[in-house]
Design a protein around this ligand. Structure first.
Ligand code: TRP
Length: 333
């Protein structure tokens, strides 16, 4: 069975974009792969953040991941900073990769522009830690979005460079691209994201009124200026995309027919979407309530994950130490 590794930043509660763009795929990958999912808190500290909020961000995210169907019995779910081998291997990798390669990383350039007062070394070497995440578990496949392809390529270069110089330890990983919808935010302009405030947070499900109120805000096809103007669901950035992602073929046919002939209005289309989302997220809402009532469960999952991940990580590190020719006093082997 192939090993899949993926990481996610602890942004707190997940939103519909995270779900449709990544987590839904993670849940189904569990059937075919040995999956390792990591909440990358050491990556998160490269950005300016409020320390008081960090543990909450992590717990909220674990609650959401479990409620959505990440199964800790089948998959490994853990917190990056509880497995110090990640940063240890990242340090080793710092020595096989050139400055120039990292300087060319587009995400580094973007992020430095975004926080010009905090262009720290962690931000620069971020992709090296990401390579360590993946390679520590010798993962062959990495499900990521388009924006991470350059980082996965770098991980492959790092593996190759290490193997070439010190002897083969690491496989060459590949990005696992799936056909995922590009979900825009409620503004209909930019990718759904918490920092832009255009998101539909998953925790709105279970509160029907609040959810419908958010949907009402969603920008639709600009061709439909009035109820009488026909539109096209393909040009409806948020609502049209969400129907495609979660509604049945019959409902999608109803949407297309109604929208293109102005037979239904956007409010009708949103009402149907609201119903379908309620159905889609019913078991999530139920499981989330159970987890919220039982906070010990999250800790238990993270403790178990840390223990299992560490055992695997230490095995790889001992191979690495050997190849590097480092002295291992017997007691610390
Ligand atoms: N950089 C990734 C992101 O922002 C998160 C991440 C960290 C990751 N380590 C990883 C993704 C390893 C895949 C594999 O989305």
């Amino acid at each position: 069975m192939k090993t899949v590794f993926s990481g996610i930043q602890p942004s707190g509660e997940l939103h519909l974009g995270n779900y449709l763009g990544a987590i839904r795929n993670w849940v189904s990958l569990q059937d075919q792969y040995r999956c390792i999912f990591c909440i990358v808190d050491y990556h998160a500290i490269t950005q300016t953040y409020e320390p008081k909020e960090m543990s909450r961000r992590v717990t909220d995210m674990v609650v959401d991941l479990l409620a959505l169907g990440i199964d800790p019995e089948r998959s490994l779910l853990f917190l990056q900073s509880t497995v110090p081998e990640h940063t240890e291997l990242a340090w080793v990798f710092n020595n096989v990769i050139g400055m120039g390669v990292l300087e060319r990383m587009t995400q580094y350039k973007d992020k430095s522009e975004h926080q010009p007062d905090n262009v720290n070394v962690g931000l620069f070497t971020y992709p090296v830690l990401q390579a360590a995440d993946i390679l520590l578990y010798k993962a062959e496949a990495v499900p990521v979005g388009q924006d991470q392809l350059q980082h996965i390529e770098l991980a492959r270069d790092v593996a190759r460079a290490f193997n070439h110089r010190f002897g083969k330890v690491f496989p060459e990983c590949e990005a696992l691209m799936t056909n995922l919808p590009k979900l825009l935010g409620l503004d209909g302009k930019q990718k759904m994201s918490k920092s832009l405030g255009n998101q539909i947070p998953l925790n709105v499900f279970g509160n029907d009124k609040a959810m419908r109120k958010l949907l009402a805000k969603a920008v639709t096809d600009s061709a439909r200026v009035t109820r009488e103007d026909p539109g096209n669901p393909d040009n409806c950035p948020t609502v049209g995309q969400m129907h495609k992602a979660i509604s049945s073929p019959e409902d999608n046919a109803w949407v297309r027919e109604g929208c293109t002939t102005a037979g239904i209005g956007c409010a009708d289309c949103k009402a149907k979407l609201g119903d379908n989302m309620n159905a889609h997220f019913a078991s999530y809402v139920e499981r989330r309530a159970e987890l919220v009532a039982n906070p010990g469960r999250v800790e238990e999952v993270l403790a178990m994950g840390a223990q299992k991940a560490r055992a695997l990580a230490q095995r790889t590190m001992s191979e690495v130490h050997k190849k590097l020719g480092l002295l291992r006093p017997k007691a610390s082997a």
